[in-house]
Ligand binder design. Structure first.
Ligand code: ADP
Ligand code: MG
Length: 204
């Protein structure tokens, strides 16, 4: 079972990996965007960690709801509201249970991913974060490791795509040949989830 502590550790692990990879994410965004994705997420997840530390929520759903709200209020770019909706909707789907199963998380994450699609109007293949998140949420019913592998593969799969949503779409065919920054950061979010599950299993 996954409790609120697990979800707080997932968010803290995401903050840490976003700190480590911020320059790389901004580099990806400088190729097909406006070179702010790393700093956007760095600011957002620093605020998420601070908010969770200040008043640690008692349930998994409340952890993700607070994280989502914080991202929406601190990240100016497109990715703030999109990641915010992902986490808020996932949290809402988890309800107010004190503990959830991995299968419940998988189902909730699919609802969260659907909310990103509704908000941004993007579909699979449009070269966005959804190209990592959709396969990851589907694979999560199998295992955390499978979700990580699916997210990594999905992010790399955006390289040959032409962007049809977001800032990168303004480049038309010139968006081809670059990894989508939001898909790359989504793979970090899912990788942090898998790391958190690995540590829990190891009794860490
Ligand atoms: P901005 O584009 O406002 O500078 P960021 O650089 O933080 O915001 O985030 C860019 C990322 O947001 C893209 O790489 C893409 O993955 C994601 N994105 C942008 N628009 C959409 C959308 N409509 N649907 C899904 N994801 C999107
Ligand atoms: Mg940007």
């Amino acid at each position: 079972m996954l409790d609120a502590g697990f979800f707080r550790r997932w968010m803290t692990a995401t903050t840490a990996v976003v700190e480590r990879e911020a320059d790389h994410l901004t580099e990806l965004d400088s190729a097909i965007g406006d070179a702010d994705h790393g700093s956007n997420l760095q600011r957002g997840f620093r605020a998420v960690s601070a908010a969770l530390e200040k008043e640690p929520p008692a349930t998994p759903g409340a952890v993700l709801a607070l994280a989502g709200r914080t991202l929406i209020s601190t990240v100016g770019g497109a990715s703030g509201p999109l990641y915010g909706s992902l986490l808020r909707r996932t949290g809402k789907a988890l309800g107010d249970a004190a503990e959830v199963t991995p299968e419940q998380l998988a189902e909730a994450l699919r609802a969260g991913v659907a909310a990103v699609g509704q908000l941004g109007g993007a579909k699979a293949g449009d070269k966005t974060m959804l190209d990592a998140l959709i396969p990851a949420a589907d694979a999560l019913s199998g295992s955390f490791g499978a979700a990580r592998a699916a997210a990594d593969e999905g992010a790399l799969g955006t390289v040959p795509m032409q962007a049809r949503k977001g800032r990168a779409s303004y480049l038309g065919e010139r968006s081809i040949g670059h990894e989508d920054p939001g898909a790359a950061s989504s793979a970090l979010l899912i990788g942090a989830l898998a790391d958190t599950a690995d540590s829990a299993e190891a009794g860490a």
